[in-house]
Design a protein. Sequence first.
Length: 164
Amino acid sequence: MTEFSQLWKQEESAAAASPVTERVHLATGLLLPVWKQLPGDHVRVTRLVAEDGSSIIGREVLDIDLAKIAETFGLKGVSGPAPAELGILVLASGTPQPLASHDAMTIKRSLVGGEQRLELTGYAPERLDWYKAKGCFTEIIRYRTRLFVPVSKASTVLPNLVLD
């Protein structure tokens, strides 16, 4: 056995001993008729092969797009990302997302002072003290009060804002 083969087998054994698990959502089936109704910013087709040899092919769907796709196709029981994950997903994708709080708010990524922030829009001004008590902060920018969620604490602040 060559040195390369030995090293390859060692690496293969090490990888098999500690598998990486991740959740992937796929839209499968006859996709061509509905391709335009799927979000267009992430177009990756993936083939998964199970241990028994069966395989499935489909277009990957991001977590942040699940609720929108479910609504488009009339699917029941599909919810969007958990509030604790919402901040990370919005920062990564740049896609604004609704937040079910006392007000019909949207959480979005905003560039303020050269840094990416999580901004809440659609809040009721009379409820600002409540949002601040839950961990949000405000800044007056161009004579307008804007509401933000601290990026470092988004996973704990956002669930506190959501209605039960």
